[in-house]
Each structure stands twice: as structure tokens, then as C-alpha cells.
Design a protein around this ligand. Structure first.
Ligand SMILES: Nc1ncnc2c1ncn2[C@@H]1O[C@H](COP(=O)(O)OP(=O)(O)OP(=O)(O)O)[C@@H](O)[C@H]1O
Ligand SMILES: [Mg+2]
Length: 522
């Protein structure tokens, strides 16, 4: 958080102010078009208001219908302590100046904060002798969905209306972004929904920052996602367990025109058949014991959006027939009902089974297979794209580091060890391995030894794919890394590694011992 307070002349000339405001607005529009997480975007907008226009302590609150309150979405302050204290602060509708803007939907301009009894100073952030402006953020229907507030760095003067107008324009620009965070639909678990919307917001700005990979096969997968996302075609995502099928399914949704509607997932293998049916199609009141009221199924919840049917290869023949009908006709009845429900849902299905051979064996209906297999995206197993491992490891470690609240780094020899593993559990296994390594690493550095403690070392046979060549003469390599690299290149045959390093076998044995290098089994 950068909070250098700009020096402003006491009297500002209107042309100069106008110019500054236009420049700041251009900067804000540019910022909002960036592909970034929403809280970062909001913070950057507030930083522009602060640095370029002297509108200090900017604050964006976002309405939280679940609690009938406003919650702080972003704040610009030079105090980390204040920022943290703000985390849990909520304003109820009508409460304080901010709550008042939420309730009435009008801007509030105070010449001096301390003169207004409504001002609660809950954040202990503001200069009580200075002015304060709070403006509503509204959705296209005209409902207030948030509040933008800031404190000008000079006493109230004739430019207050211009500053207020500027904040109102910024609030308008923010509305689109903020709208994505609220937009709660009926009947959904609010917490789930919020997580999903967060993911949606992330997804909205492309999938390059959530799905990692640069090998040709993965680039082809990305290309397929990009092409297929904009249509309503059914997509079948194929890949071994842990290859990222669910991630790809959500990337398709969030890059499609349906991104602003629900992404609903259902694991077909997780439920017994009768429950699966009511889960998917919903049920009428009294359809069975316990059905005390009508309930919408996942198909209806996903109306206008995408339904992700995970582990589709596990469903029974009877259920296959039911699903086929919905896919063909786009309609169904709720369990215990006879009213036909029509929905507009895009289906993405996934399986780690070889559906084609299931069809040949008569276990999976051929007609359903062709319905699902309009477009198939095949995700290669991790062992076929080991060149992605360094980038994946960095990405996953920064994710784990955020959870642990500390930076994590990984050494090159650890990366090479990861690249030599076969990863039967694919990216999920890599993620788990790195998480375990991070837990075991006291100083946040993941070394080869830490990784090998997770069991990755006892691997046999090693991968056929060649490891990246290490230049043993590289000056920046430390001694230990150099010996490990030589051992790797020599297939862990000490005498051979010694030759690579120009050492005698005795010398390398001594190094291995003093550098405490754990020999890999060969
Ligand atoms: N290319 C990738 N980039 C970044 N993260 C990835 C990538 N592929 C997978 N992951 C991560 O790996 C984990 C497993 O991915 P996901 O759940 O999508 O796999 P899956 O194929 O659905 O697995 P399963 O068959 O076990 O259900 C997730 O945490 C996911 O975010
Ligand atoms: Mg999955």
C-alpha cells in the first residue's frame, strides 16, 4: 500500500483540476480493463484516487445481502493495522454515513466530518476536521450494491461538487466489477455462491492465470478451450485422475458468454442413483419421505449457465437413459411431478474412464456417448508434459504460500527431482507433495531432501523423458547443487559423476558425505 500524500496547492485552478480528473479517469478505466483479481483492481483504483487526486483513505464497500449489510471490499490506507482491522467491519443499512448511502442510494457530502452526528468513525481512519464524500455504486436496475467513499485532502471549497461528480463517475465504472461479487441467486447456499463468484471473477479475466502450462499439448488444450467456450456445445473432458478436468471445465464456463450465470457441478459417482436423480432434476413437495418442500435440482440451478457432470462414466444404464432425454430435448420432470420443466443449460462432462471402450463393452450407451462427445478435450497426464513442472511448481507453491502466509521457494535440484517422478496422481499429487514439502520446510525453502522425504525419491523406474541439462561449469551453482546435478546426469553412478566433475571417486564420495547428499536408489 503506497500512501505518499501528494502536495496540493491550497487553491486549485478549475482547468487544472479538470485535467487531473480526466487523466485519473483514463487511468482507472485502464486499470479496470486489466486481467486481475477483483480486490487488487479495487485497490489500484483507490490508489489512483489517492495519489493523483488527493482523495484519501478510499474505501469500497460491497453489499452482502446475506447479512443485510455492507462489507469492506477494498481500502486504501498506509496502515497495515487499519487494513486488517477493517476485515470484519460491516455497516448495516441506515447505520452511519455509509449505511445511509446504502439505504437511500444518494451521495452524502460532509464539509467537516466531526460536524455530522451520523459519522461513526468505526475505522478510526479519517481526519475529523476534513470533508468526506460517499457515493452509491448501483447496478443497472438502480439498486445500490455498494458504496465508494474517500476523504479530500483539503478543506471544503468550491470544488467539492466536482470531486463528488468524479467519485460518482468512478462508482459507475466500478459497478460492473462490483456487480460480479454480489449477484446472489435464490435457493443457493450463500457461502458457496460467494466462493463461486470469486472464482467467477477470477475466471472472467482469462484462464491463463489459473491454468498453468506451456507445452505444446497444453497449448492445444488452451486453444480448444478458447474455441469451444463461446458456443453452447457439450464438451467432454477426458484425462486421468488429477490432471485438471474440473479446472478446465470451469475455465470453459468462465470464458463463455454464460460466465455471469451459475457454474453448477455434480459428481455423479458420489450419490446413489435415487438421490442422484432428485439432486439433478429436483423434486416436488411430498415426492418421497423427507421431501417437505419443492426443491430445484442442479439442472434448474444451472439454467442459463453451465452444468458440470463429473465422473459421468460411473452412471447406471437407467440413469444414462434419463440423462439422454434431457440432453436431447432440454426438458425433464422433477421427481414426483408431472410438470415438464425446460432449461437452457450447457453441459460439460468429465471422466477418467475410456468411454469408448465402455461403449464397446456395452456398459455405456452409444447414443449418450455421441451426445456428450460433441467436442472432446483430452488432458495429457503430467508425465507427458514434464516441461510444465517447473512452472506448475512455482504456481502451486505461491498458492500454498498464500495459505501458509509466508513466501516459499524451491531449489533447482528439487525441481529436477520433481521432473523425474512419474506422478500417477498427476497435478493433484504434485500439489499434495508440495504442500507436504512446505509443511516440512522450516525456512520456506523446498530442497531436494525435503521433497524426497515425501516419498518422491523412492521412485522406480525413472522417467524416460530427459531432464534439462545442467551446465556443471555454471559459476552460480553452489557446490551441493553441482554435485547433485552431476549425479543426476550420471544416473546416480558415483564414478561417472566424478568423471563429469573432474574428481576422483574418492573425492566425490567425500563430497557426498560432507554435503549430506542422500543417494538415490538405482
Ligand atoms: N494446469 C494446471 N494449472 C494449475 N493448477 C492445476 C492444473 N491442473 C490441475 N491443477 C490443480 O490440481 C488439482 C487437481 O485438479 P482437478 O481437481 O481439476 O483435477 P481432476 O482431473 O478433476 O481430478 P480428479 O479426477 O481427481 O477429480 C486442483 O487443485 C487444480 O487446481
Ligand atoms: Mg475432478
Amino acid at each position: 500500500m503506497n500512501a505518499t500524500i501528494p502536495q496540493r496547492s491550497a487553491k486549485q485552478n478549475p482547468v487544472e483540476l479538470y485535467d487531473l480528473q480526466l487523466q485519473a479517469l483514463a487511468g482507472i478505466a485502464r486499470t479496470l480493463s486489466r486481467e486481475q483479481q477483483i480486490d487488487e483492481l479495487l485497490e489500484q483504483v483507490l490508489a489512483i484516487l489517492h495519489n493523483d487526486l488527493g482523495l484519501l483513505h478510499g474505501l469500497v464497500t460491497i453489499s452482502d445481502p446475506e447479512h443485510g449489510a455492507l462489507q469492506i471490499g477494498a481500502i486504501h490506507t498506509d496502515s497495515e493495522a487499519v487494513a486488517q482491522a477493517c476485515e470484519g467491519v460491516r455497516y448495516r443499512s441506515g447505520e452511519g454515513v455509509i449505511g445511509n448511502v446504502l439505504k437511500h442510494g444518494n451521495s452524502v457530502v460532509l464539509g467537516r466530518i466531526s460536524a455530522d452526528p451520523r459519522f461513526l468513525d468505526r475505522l478510526a481512519l479519517y481526519d475529523l476536521e476534513m470533508p468526506f464524500i460517499a457515493v452509491p455504486i448501483k447496478n443497472p436496475e438502480g439498486n445500490t450494491i455498494g458504496v465508494l467513499a474517500a476523504q479530500p485532502d483539503c478543506r471544503a471549497d468550491e470544488h467539492m461538487p466536482a470531486r463528488t461528480r468524479l467519485l460518482e463517475i468512478v462508482a459507475n465504472l466500478l459497478a460492473q466489477t462490483v456487480r460480479l461479487v454480489v449477484n446472489i441467486e435464490d435457493g443457493r447456499d450463500a457461502a458457496d455462491e460467494r466462493d463461486e463468484l470469486r472464482r467467477e471473477v477470477r475466471g472472467k479475466y482469462g484462464f491463463e492465470n489459473m491454468v498453468v502450462g506451456h507445452t505444446p499439448t497444453m497449448r492445444r488444450v488452451f486453444d480448444q478451450i478458447r474455441r469451444v467456450a463461446k458456443w453452447n456445445s457439450t464438451v467432454l473432458v477426458l484425462g486421468e485422475s488429477g490432471t485438471g478436468k474440473e479446472l478446465i471445465a470451469s475455465a470453459i464456463h468462465y470464458n463463455s458468454p454464460r460466465a455471469h450465470r451459475s457454474f453448477v457441478r455434480l459428481n455423479c459417482a458420489a450419490l446413489p442413483e435415487t438421490l442422484l436423480e432428485s439432486e439433478l432434476f429436483g423434486h416436488e413437495k411430498g415426492a418421497f419421505t423427507g421431501a417437505v418442500k419443492q426443491r430445484k435440482g442442479r439442472f434448474e440451478q444451472a439454467d442459463g449457465g453451465t452444468l458440470f457432470l463429473d465422473e459421468i462414466g460411473e452412471i447406471s444404464p437407467m440413469f444414462q437413459a434419463k440423462l439422454l432425454r434431457v440432453l436431447q430435448e432440454g426438458e425433464f420432470e422433477r421427481v414426483g411431478g408431472n410438470q415438464t420443466v425446460r432449461v437452457n443449460v450447457r453441459i460439460v462432462a468429465a471422466t477418467n474412464r475410456d468411454l469408448e471402450s465402455e461403449v464397446e463393452k456395452g456398459k455405456f450407451r452409444e447414443d449418450l456417448y455421441y451426445r456428450l462427445n460433441v467436442m472432446a478435450i483430452r488432458i495429457p497426464p503430467l508425465r507427458e508434459r514434464t516441461a510444465d513442472i517447473p512452472e506448475l511448481a512455482e504456481f502451486l507453491l505461491s498458492k500454498i504460500g498464500r495459505q501458509q502466509g509466508r513466501p516459499l521457494t524451491i531449489t533447482d535440484s528439487a525441481i529436477r527431482l520433481l521432473m523425474s517422478h512419474r506422478w500417477p496422481g498427476n497435478v493433484r499429487e504434485l500439489e499434495n507433495c508440495l504442500e507436504r514439502s512446505a509443511i516440512m520446510s522450516e525456512d520456506g525453502t523446498i530442497t531436494r531432501d525435503v521433497v524426497s522425504l515425501t516419498g518422491v525419491d523412492n521412485e522406480s523406474p525413472p522417467l524416460a523423458a530427459p531432464l534439462p541439462e545442467v551446465n556443471l561449469a555454471d559459476e552460480t551453482l553452489d557446490d551441493r547443487e553441482r554435485v547433485i546435478a552431476a549425479l543426476e546426469q550420471a544416473g546416480w553412478v558415483q564414478a561417472k559423476a566424478a568423471r563429469l566433475l573432474g574428481m576422483t571417486p574418492r573425492q566425490i564420495a567425500y563430497r557426498i558425505q560432507t554435503l549430506n547428499i542422500h543417494m538415490r536408489k538405482i
